[in-house]
Structure formats: structure tokens, C-alpha cells
Design a protein around this ligand. Structure first.
Ligand SMILES: Cc1ncc(COP(=O)(O)O)c(C=O)c1O
Length: 438
């Protein structure tokens, strides 16, 4: 009876939620008044309804929804396991810690990472007593390449972190061949690349372990969240344990049956095998994520269409702006749309970004730019492979604009019109640097 009543209550609530979203028609875009956001969540009745179902089921911490989300996301990526966590940063920390715990890496070994990326690609390497080696990125894809990684390898290198920057897949075949030849463990950071495809395969299953972030501005979201992905059972077991206090794997159905000579007939729920964390995802987040995953390919198609529009309209400024150019076989998922001001352009990034911002178009730098130049890492004497010319150029000249699914035709036309206005103002005064308003 109670279950029947719950189903009826949920059906009534769902009808209200559907009605709420149907009634909320998108307002026409007001040029120059409404903000064109860099990234914002796209969700509706399906996500809200699924969260409500989880709440009504009475299980709000990690539980059945999280297990379902892990299975669905791992199946989508093509790994045998997904370990849901509370952020992409936690996923990177757990992935590296699992590599250490399983002996794939030794404390003190070097880990190669790109120079131009997000802070929590680099920080966990240092936090776990490994030694980062920063390599440059490719000038077209903004990803590490086999050449840049090779330039950082020493006799002490244990792993490489391949970040698929902004959703553009890294050129995996030569990278994996190099890793195999040099015996390097591969961690794929897919935090910006949900659903990106390399030679037909979704990124995240090529290396030993991979990570994802579901922060709100990403291609799919759980508000905050992340996942570790692997097809290696030993890494999976350890990653699950690290996520959950360092607890032993719970697969013995007989309670109070753990014995090791010191703990006798002990409650196996509280056997801690290693130093762990609590980085679990909640069922509230996971139920949201299940619905987002169902829409991921469709949402990515919208990002790709908006990016194609930007590329077509902005192509006339290619003398000054470098635009994304994914090669054949690489499906870019456009976490955001990158614009890089070319060396020698008669204006700088700040000038262009301030112009866009003055017209209510949000912009961002490429995360940490060159991470070794950030205050947190400056004094640490980190080893870099050479002087990272592309990374430094991206630090100084790269800028992101939004291409998320809530950007419609009116918004994207407006964005390109503002670029036209920027360049027209420059040609009128012959100096873009002098002409663009603050
Ligand atoms: C490449 C990369 N790795 C890791 C992270 C961390 O993810 P989160 O913000 O979920 O902690 C980010 C953040 O966007 C990222 O861009």
C-alpha cells in the first residue's frame, strides 16, 4: 500500500514539475543586457524528478543511484568500472593514490603533466609525494603530444597525465605507443572531455585509469562530482577503498566474521586497510547525473553546432585569432570555445576580453595558463622540460567563451556581432589597442 501511495505521490509531483518546466518558456535574448555565460547547467524535469525520486526513496547518501550512475557512465566510456566521487579534483587524487597503493607508481617517482591546465591536475602529484615534470603542449590542440612528453622523460619517470584540453582529444595513438615503449602508466584526465571521441572511441578507456569532473560548468553535471574510471580490478578495489575511509571491500555476507588474529569476529564494515579519504558521491547527485548522461551526446551536438557557427563567422579574423581545428577522427566536445590571440596581433587578450565583457559576454583565461607561474607552484622548483613556449603563449593569449547548450541562435549571433564590432572599431581608428573601450 505504502509503495503504491509513494508511486502516486511521485506521479502527481512529476506532473507539477513537467508543468513548471513547460510553462517556463525561454525569454527572448536581450542583446547587451543578458549575460552570455561561459558555462551553465542545462537541466529540466527529468533531473529534478529523478532527484525527487531519490529523496522520496529515503536514501540520500551513497547508495543504489550512485551504483547505477557508476555503471552507466563506465559503460558509456567503455571501462569495466566507475568509482563516483565528489569532484574531479578528488578523482585525480584518488587515481594517483590508487596507482601508488597498487605499486604501479613509487613515491618520489616523476609524473609528466601538461603546463597549461587546471591546478588540481598538478597539485595531487605533489600532495602524494610524487614529482611533477611539466611539459609543453601542442600549439594547435593545446594537449600534450608524444613529442612534448618524450622531452620530459627521465630514468625516474613513472607516469604521464594526458589531459584532453577543453574537450579536444589528445592524439592518443602515438602517446600510448610512447608510454608502452617507456613503461609509463597513463592517467587520462577527461574532466573537460565528456563524450569526446578519438578514432570513434569515447575518451577515458585508453590508459590505465581516467578521471572525470561533473562540476556545474561541464558538459554534463551533478552540481559537484567526479568519477574514476578503470578496467583494472586491482585499481578499482583500491580506488573504492580510498574513496571510503580506506575501508576493506565489503563482500562477505556474514556479519561480524572478519578475523586476522588481532581483530576477532570483527564487524567488517569497520576494517580499515589503508589511509583513505571520504570523497563519496551522494545519491542526490548521482540521480541528477543519470539523467544528464542520457542527454550528453545531444548536448554535445549543440556545443559542436555553436562552435561551428563561431568558427565560420570568426574565420575572417584568423590573421589575428587562432580558432580550434580538430583533425579528422577527433570529435571535440567543446567544454568551451577557445580563442587565442596570435603573436603580433595589434591588440592583446586583455583588450579583446574586456571589450567582450563590456558587452556582457563572459570570458575566462585557459584555467591556470602556465601552472608553474602560478603563486602556489612558483617557489617549488618544479622540473620543466624546456621553457614551454606554447604554454607561455596560452597563458598570455588564450581566452574562452561559452558554447553551452543554453546559447541559442540569438546569443551566438550576438557574440559574433560583438567580435565584428571589436574589429570594426579597430579599423576605424587604425589601432585596436587605442580604439577598444575598457
Ligand atoms: C583538467 C581538469 N582536471 C581536474 C579538474 C577538477 O575538477 P573539479 O572542479 O570537479 O574538482 C578540472 C576542473 O575543471 C579540470 O579542468
Amino acid at each position: 500500500m505504502a509503495a503504491q501511495q509513494d508511486r502516486t505521490d511521485l506521479a502527481v509531483l512529476m506532473a507539477h514539475i513537467d508543468e513548471h518546466y513547460r510553462a517556463r518558456r525561454p525569454q527572448p535574448f536581450r542583446r547587451g543586457e543578458d549575460i552570455v555565460h561561459i558555462g551553465t547547467a542545462s537541466y529540466g524535469a527529468a533531473e529534478v524528478g529523478h532527484v525527487l525520486k531519490a529523496l522520496l526513496a529515503g536514501w540520500i547518501s551513497m547508495g543504489p543511484e550512485t551504483i547505477e550512475f557508476e555503471r552507466a557512465f563506465a559503460a558509456y566510456v567503455g571501462t569495466s568500472a566507475g568509482i563516483a566521487v565528489n569532484s574531479g579534483s578528488s578523482a585525480n587524487l584518488i587515481a594517483l593514490a590508487a596507482l601508488l597503493e597498487t605499486g604501479r607508481l613509487r613515491r618520489g617517482q616523476e609524473v609528466i603533466a601538461p603546463g597549461a591546465t587546471f591546478s588540481t591536475v598538478l597539485s595531487p602529484i605533489i600532495q602524494l609525494g610524487l614529482r611533477p615534470v611539466i611539459v609543453d603542449v601542442d600549439p594547435l590542440s593545446y594537449n600534450v603530444s608524444a613529442e612534448t612528453v618524450a622531452s620530459g622523460i627521465s630514468g625516474d619517470t613513472g607516469a604521464v597525465i594526458i589531459v584532453h584540453t577543453l574537450g579536444q582529444p589528445a592524439d592518443l595513438d602515438p602517446l600510448l605507443a610512447l608510454a608502452r615503449t617507456r613503461g609509463l602508466v597513463v592517467l587520462e584526465d577527461c574532466c573537460e572531455a565528456h563524450g569526446s571521441r578519438y578514432q570513434g572511441r569515447v575518451v577515458g578507456s585508453a590508459g590505465d585509469i581516467a578521471t572525470c569532473s561533473f562540476y556545474v560548468a561541464h558538459n554534463m553535471t551533478t552540481g559537484e562530482g567526479g568519477m574514476v574510471l578503470t578496467s583494472d580490478p586491482a585499481l578499482e578495489t583500491v580506488a573504492r577503498s580510498l574513496r571510503e575511509f580506506g575501508r576493506m571491500r565489503l563482500d562477505n555476507p556474514v556479519r561480524y566474521s572478519y578475523n586476522d588474529g588481532t581483530l576477532v569476529n570483527y564487524d567488517e564494515r569497520y576494517v580499515f586497510e589503508r589511509l583513505g579519504y571520504n570523497m563519496r558521491m551522494t545519491d542526490i547527485a548521482a540521480s541528477f547525473g543519470i539523467e544528464q548522461l542520457r542527454k550528453l551526446d545531444a548536448m554535445n551536438a549543440q556545443r559542436i553546432a555553436t562552435s561551428a557557427y563561431y568558427s565560420a563567422r570568426l574565420a575572417r579574423y584568423e590573421e589575428y585569432l587562432q580558432l580550434p581545428t580538430p583533425p579528422p577522427g577527433h570529435v571535440h566536445s567543446y567544454y568551451a570555445y577557445p580563442v587565442v590571440v596570435r603573436r603580433g596581433a595589434p591588440f592583446d587578450r586583455a583588450r579583446l576580453a574586456r571589450f567582450l565583457e563590456s558587452r556582457r559576454i563572459e570570458t575566462r583565461a585557459l584555467f591556470g595558463g602556465s601552472l608553474v607561474d602560478q603563486p602556489a607552484y612558483r617557489g617549488l622548483g618544479l622540473r620543466t622540460a624546456g621553457d614551454l613556449p606554447t604554454t607561455c603563449h596560452l597563458r598570455d593569449a588564450a581566452m574562452l567563451i561559452g558554447c553551452h547548450p543554453r546559447i541559442g541562435e540569438a546569443e551566438r549571433e550576438y557574440v559574433c556581432d560583438v567580435f565584428d564590432e571589436f574589429f570594426a572599431s579597430g579599423s576605424r581608428s587604425q589601432s585596436l589597442i587605442a580604439a577598444a573601450p575598457e
